[in-house]
Design a protein around this ligand. Sequence first.
Ligand SMILES: [Zn+2]
Length: 289
Amino acid sequence: MNQGTIAKSVTFEGVGVHSGRIARVTVYPAPAGHGVVFKRTDVADKNNIIPALWDRVVPSELCTVISNEDGVSLSTIEHFMAATVGCGVHNLSVEVDGDEMPILDGSSQLFVDAFMDAGIVDQGAKRRVLKVLKEVTFVEGTKKITFKPSELPVLDVTIDFSERAAGHFAFEKSKRRETMINGNFVHNIASARTFCFLKDVEFLQSKGLARGGSTDNAIVIDGAGLYGGGKLRFDDELVSHKLLDLHGDTSGMVDAHFEAEIIAVQPGHAFSNRAVRHLMNTPDAYTIV
Ligand SMILES: [Zn+2]
């Protein structure tokens, strides 16, 4: 597989779901070997460059946050990172004028559309491959991720929110498996939106979080239904969004083609990052070529 970038720059603007602040993003093509690197253009007095890599992730349960040596950070990169790796766009220079990426519609769809509209360029250079050689499992409580050797990249996610949603939905306890080839991410996963429970939103907003959250950028589950008359885009949108997040948090953060089957039960952002760190700290379990 070759490395890719976009043919011309694209821009986004929108509210950050946690900060409630508007950020402007300009995404520029970058040369082979560059990776996805963010630049905080609102920071002038410190190092404002933050590469999108697993070892730059700082613990946060609500979203994926990366930080550099100077403590300059950027939040909520996961849907953007899923779009990059899902579209085969590996090298980008991303300028952001704030500390959080816009949430847009809560999925990866608008990032994907912009990359497709700009055009994706094959850069001729081979992409590094992170090949899993033996099975590695990482467990914390009810959360579990297993990395298995596989010729094809496969993601497999199981969620169970039946206690939280009081058994009202068929979709709250579900499983989805997808082979990440032939545009499957773009066609089957990219439009799945993030979701939350109304109880949690009220709690978060009382603590000054989720300031930008609304039914425009999230599915809000309220007891037996969806808050605000919301409708799902497709039946298994919830588990599909968890697969989207997992793609961004694993394959999106290694700057290599992740050749593995990744089987996740109840994954979350911080947990997925700890699982990737566990794999990377098991040297005989993988090779990078
Ligand atoms: Zn998400």
